[in-house]
Design a protein around this ligand. Structure first.
Ligand code: FES
Length: 170
């Protein structure tokens, strides 16, 4: 199975009442006959609510909600790296190694992260505290090199800074 394959858990999740209300608000952003356009924000909501990643069953559930063939939802979810298709640790560390970050030292940042976390890119620590990922441009090139930890961006990084950032995480 490749990195972007979908994983099955055998369990179909269900959105909370609060999330279903949010989904109705999301649908209202689009014409009534274009509910499928809401697939990306709803996948994002599903990822948040269903443990930080999207199982095959979560994707099927979203497909049903937006009225889309499941295969088309798999295509979206496997294309964008912001959707996690396997479980991630409590801290999902996404280090950008694209051109601007690379020119500004992302190699050293990545090496420091690997040494500090004792992980290779794509791995999760045994205690499920950290997942380390190497990602494409996250749109913060002006302050390269950068990384994202969960919802937060960390910019103008150096090898020393990333070690400090990891040490400060609760
Ligand atoms: S190249 Fe790293 S954020 Fe754009």
């Amino acid at each position: 199975m490749n990195e972007r394959s979908t994983l099955s858990t055998g369990v179909t999740p269900r959105f909370s009442e609060e999330s279903l209300r949010q989904i109705e608000v999301i649908f209202q952003r689009y014409p009534a006959d274009r509910r499928q356009s809401a697939v990306m924000p709803i996948l994002h909501l599903a990822q948040r609510e269903f443990g930080g990643w999207l199982s095959r069953e979560s994707l099927d559930y979203v497909a049903e909600l937006v009225g889309m063939p499941p295969i088309r939802v798999y295509e979206v979810a496997t294309f964008y790296t912001m959707y996690n298709l396997k479980p991630v640790g409590r801290y999902h560390i996404q280090a950008c190694t694209n051109i601007s970050c690379w020119l500004c030292g992302s190699d050293q940042v990545m090496d420091a992260l690997k040494r500090k976390l004792k992980l290779a890119a794509g791995q999760t620590s045994e205690d499920k505290r950290f997942t380390l990922a190497e990602v494409e441009c996250l749109g913060a090139c002006v302050n390269a090199p950068m990384m994202q930890i969960n919802d937060d961006y960390y910019e103008n990084l150096t090898a020393d800074k990333v070690v400090e950032i990891i040490d400060r995480l609760p």
